[in-house]
Design a protein around this ligand. Structure first.
Ligand code: NAD
Length: 352
């Protein structure tokens, strides 16, 4: 018997095709009537269409969300929230936009509706990462968990092919680390395996045909499951390494996750035999680390950190930062092994 604690997260999820049409209804369900729509500058047009859909229940669009939730952007958004007497936010976009909604909720208590258009999974987590003066800090509080999440497959059809692949593998990373988390439980393990399988079978199809609705639906379903894993149990080595590479070397989020994941898993493999078997089963292969590497190639993702501008000379400093503060990992985090892991990810050689 393996004892466990299961903590269910209180959020409402609406999943389907064309579900955006239910937005007004969902707003009413929350008892709100003055929604501010959030987006990145790239998704401003989409945000304007959402505002139209809200009719008299929408009060404006704030389309300045950017990666890593800088506090200055949040401060400007809070000004708009006050001026327009907003009583709820509707975030349409990826982790960057949803992060802004969370940052506003943290400071105002306003309810949130999240409408994800990538596979990053932030909508299902009580986690917020923010940057101030170039330093990214992360906190976990139920105050930032969106009350309602609307998954609409139609909104993912425009996500470019390669971005879909890296975003989907970013989601897989949450499930992989959940399977060997210290606080994993049987429900999350089921979700993790199912989430990996759904994404692994759909992402290569999307890479060849980004408007395949069946595959898009499978991928979004997988992203929901993997996001739930991230929100429910603790992450370890892989997420810590990507946090270092994003925060201190400014490497892009989803691509970095995609490249590092096979190497982080190969490092942990000797300590996580059961998780390796479950991941392999979900991927349909014997060697889970190699399977993830091959999935990256199948979706046309970059294979080496060097392609993102991370040089051989950066390996030493990244190792130092990533091993500076101790944290729990199934295998001891020791500098020599991490140096090798990062060197291999830097050059993109097939993991062993
Ligand atoms: P993103 O939100 O930065 O989006 C990347 C780009 O793609 C943006 O320009 C966006 O407007 C565009 N885009 C998004 N969906 C699109 C679509 N369907 N069609 C066309 N363009 C689209 O990327 P992301 O990977 O979703 O999020 C990354 C950020 O989220 C990072 O800051 C990361 O730290 C954070 N994150 C947080 C959590 C959490 O639990 N707190 C979880 C995952 C990611």
């Amino acid at each position: 018997m393996q004892p466990f604690v299961y903590d269910g997260l209180p959020s409402r999820v609406v999943f389907g095709q064309g579900t955006l049409a239910q937005l007004r209804q969902e707003l009413e369900h929350l008892g709100c009537s003055r929604a501010l729509v959030l987006a990145t500058p790239q998704q401003q047009e989409q945000a304007s269409r959402v505002l139209e859909l809200l009719g008299d229940k929408g009060v404006g669009v704030y389309a300045d969300a950017v990666m890593h939730t800088p506090v200055e952007v949040t401060k400007r958004a809070l000004q708009v929230v006050k001026e327009l007497n907003v009583d709820c936010t509707v975030a349409i976009g990826g982790g960057s936009t949803i992060g802004l909604g969370k940052a506003i909720a943290l400071r105002t208590g306003l309810p949130q509706i999240a409408i994800p258009t990538t596979y990053a999974g932030s909508e299902m987590t009580p986690i917020l990462g923010e940057t101030s003066d170039g330093i990214k800090t992360t906190q976990r509080t139920l105050d930032v968990l969106p009350e309602t999440v609307i998954y609409d497959v139609d909104l993912t059809l425009t996500l470019p092919a390669v971005m879909s692949g890296t975003s989907g593998i970013n989601a897989i990373a949450h499930a992989v680390e959940a399977l060997y988390a210290r606080d994993c439980n049987p429900v999350i393990a089921l979700m993790a395996e199912e989430g990996i399988a759904a994404l692994a079978r759909s992402l290569p199809v999307i890479a060849n045909n980004p408007t395949n609705v069946e595959a898009r639906s499978d991928a979004l379903y997988g992203a929901w499951l993997c996001g739930t894993c991230l929100g429910s149990v603790g992450m370890s080595l892989h997420h810590k390494l990507c946090h270092t590479l994003g925060g201190s070397f400014n490497l892009p989020h989803a691509e970095t996750h995609t490249i590092v994941l096979p190497y982080a898993l190969a490092y942990n493999a000797p300590a996580v035999t059961e998780a390796m078997a479950r991941i392999g089963r979900a991927l349909g292969c014997d060697d889970a680390a190699a399977g993830l590497y091959d999935l990256g190639r199948a979706v046309g993702a970059p294979s080496a950190l060097s392609e993102l501008g991370f040089s051989v000379d950066d390996v030493e400093r990244a190792t130092e930062i990533a091993t500076r503060n101790p944290y729990w990992n199934p295998r001891d985090v020791e500098a020599k092994g991490i140096h090798r892991l990062l060197s291999d990810a830097q050059s993109g050689k097939r993991p062993q």
